[in-house]
Design a protein around this ligand. Structure first.
Ligand SMILES: Nc1ncnc2c1ncn2[C@@H]1O[C@H](COP(=O)(O)OP(=O)(O)O)[C@@H](O)[C@H]1O
Ligand SMILES: [Mg+2]
Length: 315
């Protein structure tokens, strides 16, 4: 019998990208759910797969976990093509599915032990304890899964996905319908996993969370890749910021191309997020000492996406 420290994941690791999606297309009958999508994820990266309902996010994840077969193109995990070497790819991947899966009869800790065994990790108590602690599941460890609340089931699924120490974690809408506390715990935990070199692909509807958490994001619409980049860079390139200048005293009418409104005590400007405040102020015929305060509303990832969707619908 192999020793408890035996870890197949370590033996399988390669220098290839944790995830590489190449020209992936998925048809369900006449519906093209994923349309020639390519991207890859770097080691230790948190990558957001974003897009409205029906955009094709879960279909991509289902192909990576081999629940669905691609119509064409490929997905590989650390260089292992999921269609040709599914076993290797599975050892390296952990997945938290969008839909809750039921293991009603078993207790929470039994589910984790059974799942460990499934990956050949029989002596894995240390890892299980770590996950129970991190996901705040201690008080519930003896409960049967059917007795757990929705939020606790979600925590269990996350622990289950991580029990074999995968190097690629797929999270499909992990925070949909869960409370703020779990969302915060989960994102903190993602950052901690990232530090240990785990790469994470997540889908979410909460664009503000994606903006704060993800190193890069990809936006899908009707199965097509619309946008890919770092949130900061996309916001800079595609959105506008609004600046409200609160004035101590009224000033004469200001002429400036970015001015959208002027009242006695405030001037409102809207301009590209890439333009600096310093440049704006330098262009104004104002004494800076006459400015009481600024309110700055930064562009958001959501606005970058809206812009791209509107643009593509114009054609
Ligand atoms: N098993 C399936 N059979 C037929 N159509 C499907 C199936 N799974 C998903 N679809 C359709 O494919 C499209 C993409 O779905 P999905 O990948 O679940 O998107 P998302 O996760 O972004 O909401 C949707 O139009 C959905 O109705
Ligand atoms: Mg989905």
């Amino acid at each position: 019998m192999l020793a408890g420290r035996y870890n197949p994941v370590r033996l399988l690791l390669t220098m290839d990208a944790p995830l590489k999606i190449e020209n992936l297309t998925k048809d369900y009958g006449h519906l093209r759910a994923v349309d020639d999508v390519s991207f890859d994820i770097k080691e230790g990266e948190i990558f957001g797969l974003l897009g409205p309902n029906g955009a094709g996010k879960t279909s991509i994840i289902s192909i990576i976990t081999t629940l669905e077969e691609p119509t064409s193109g490929s997905a590989s995990v650390f260089g292992y093509d999921v269609a040709k070497q599914p076993k290797e790819a599975k050892y390296l991947t952990g997945c938290v599915p969008q839909e809750l899966v039921h293991h009603g009869f078993f207790s929470l800790e039994e589910v984790l032990a059974i799942h460990s065994g499934y990956y050949g990790r029989w002596n894995n108590q240390e890892r299980i304890e770590y996950l129970i602690e991190k996901l705040d599941l201690k008080r519930h460890r003896k409960k049967r899964v059917k007795e757990l609340s929705g939020g606790m089931k979600r925590r269990l699924l996350i622990a289950k996905a991580l029990v074999h120490e995968p190097k690629l974690l797929l999270l499909d809408e992990p925070t949909a319908g869960v409370d703020i506390e779990l969302r915060a715990t989960l994102w903190d935990f993602c950052r901690e996993l990232q530090k240990t070199g785990v790469s994470i692909l997540l889908t979410t509807h909460y664009l503000e969370e994606a903006e704060a958490l993800c190193d890069r994001v990809l936006f899908l619409d009707h199965g097509k890749l619309k946008l890919l980049g770092e949130p900061k860079q996309l916001i800079n390139e595609l959105t506008e910021r609004e600046v409200v200048m609160i004035l101590k005293d009224p000033v004469p009418p200001v002429q400036h191309p970015h001015l959208i409104s002027q009242t006695d005590h405030q001037l409102i400007f809207r301009f590209a997020s890439s333009k600096s405040m310093g440049d704006l102020i330098a262009e104004l015929p104002l004494d800076i000492r006459g400015i009481q305060d600024f309110i700055i509303r930064e562009g958001k990832l959501e606005h970058a996406f809206e812009r791209i969707i509107c643009k593509s619908h114009e054609y």
